[in-house]
Design a protein around this ligand. Structure first.
Ligand code: MTE
Ligand code: MO
Length: 316
């Protein structure tokens, strides 16, 4: 990861909301408050209307944190998405031309029933949940984000992984014409990530299609990304086109770039420093004081048993 020393001016400018985003959000809130949104959609409207943006039938998940979510403006203007540039404000500025629909997610490899899912069919086939998750980046900042998605396990179970499948590989989209970072080759593309199959099947691992009840904005990984709340953010691939079940540990992009600094597991761990900085604390975006980082990002009760007996300094 290219690390720039951030001045406070840098950070605050990336958190300033572009006018149009602010206005459209306000308009959305006004309509939603008046109950007009549901009426406007009407009974015959398609359940997924990317133009209208609101996702259908979202239920609140008991797996949400009670921490206060960051604002739409913060979550969509401070991003890591190197395909659109290396600065935190680049994805919001450079992703408007990206076309997230139509979109197919291929699920294949060591499975009995490989499938190609149209993203909107996938949305209609599954009960959507709002999951408010803590999101901790390896660069020691964090946010709280109300994702909308379905457990990745429910997608994986449908394709029936064979008994040989032990890992899952995620491939992000290759679209150099729409992605300036791919043209600049700021990383080897496509962006690749991977999980052990039991991590991928864990009930906390979320396949994300939305944010704050609306379809996922381009800068956050439209139309389909993963979020694994106990791991550093780079494990959560964006704009995924392929999920491949395999019997070999996939080589993820950041590990391939610099294996000393970025491992395969990437579990949030205050006791294992990054070679160039501490992981003991984190900067909560928008807050003045550093927060102590918690093992597994606070999800240890649910996930620690996945790593029982493993040396987490070796498997970082
Ligand atoms: N395809 C792709 N996925 C990606 C990245 C990327 O550069 N390309 N960056 C990762 C990193 S480092 C982080 S911290 C999160 C950021 O997600 P957010 O912008 O929605 O907060 O996305 C991850 N997924
Ligand atoms: Mo990150």
């Amino acid at each position: 990861m290219i690390i720039r020393v951030k001045t406070s001016a840098d950070v605050s400018s990336s958190e300033i909301t572009p006018e149009h985003v602010y206005h459209s959000r306000r308009e959305f809130m006004r309509l939603a408050g008046a109950g007009a949104l549901a009426l406007a959609a009407g009974p015959l409207a398609s359940p997924v209307d990317a133009a209208q943006d609101a996702l259908p039938n979202v239920v609140k998940s008991p797996l949400s944190t009670t921490d206060k979510p960051h604002t739409w403006e913060q979550i969509t203007n401070y991003n890591n998405f190197y395909e659109f540039g290396t600065d935190k404000s680049d994805p919001a500025h450079n992703s408007a031309q990206f076309k997230p629909r139509p979109w197919t997610v291929k699920v294949d490899g060591l499975v009995n029933k490989p499938a190609d899912y149209n993203i909107d069919d996938l949305i209609k086939m599954n009960q959507l949940e709002e999951r408010i998750y803590r999101h901790r980046c390896v660069e020691a900042w964090s946010m709280v984000i109300p994702w909308v998605g379905v457990p990745l396990a429910s997608i994986l179970k449908k394709v029936e992984p064979t008994s040989k499948a032990t890992y899952v590989e995620f491939t992000s989209v290759m679209r150099p014409a729409e992605m300036p970072g791919q043209r600049a080759r700021n990383l080897p593309y496509p962006y690749l990530e991977g999980l052990r199959l039991d991590e991928a099947m864990h009930p906390l691992t979320l396949a994300v299609v939305g944010l704050y009840g609306k379809v996922l904005p381009n800068q956050n990984g439209a139309p389909f990304r993963i979020h694994i709340p106990w791991k550093y953010g780079f494990k959560s691939g964006k704009s995924i086109v392929r999920i491949r079940l395999t019997d070999k540990q996939p080589l993820n992009t950041w590990q391939a770039e610099n294996a000393e600094e970025y491992g395969f597991y990437a579990n949030v761990n205050p006791d294992v420093d990054h070679p160039r900085w501490s992981q003991k604390t984190e900067r909560v975006i928008g807050q003045l004081f550093q927060k102590k980082t918690v093992m597994f990002n606070g999800y240890g009760d649910q996930v620690a048993q996945l790593y029982a007996g493993m040396d987490l300094r070796k498997f970082y």
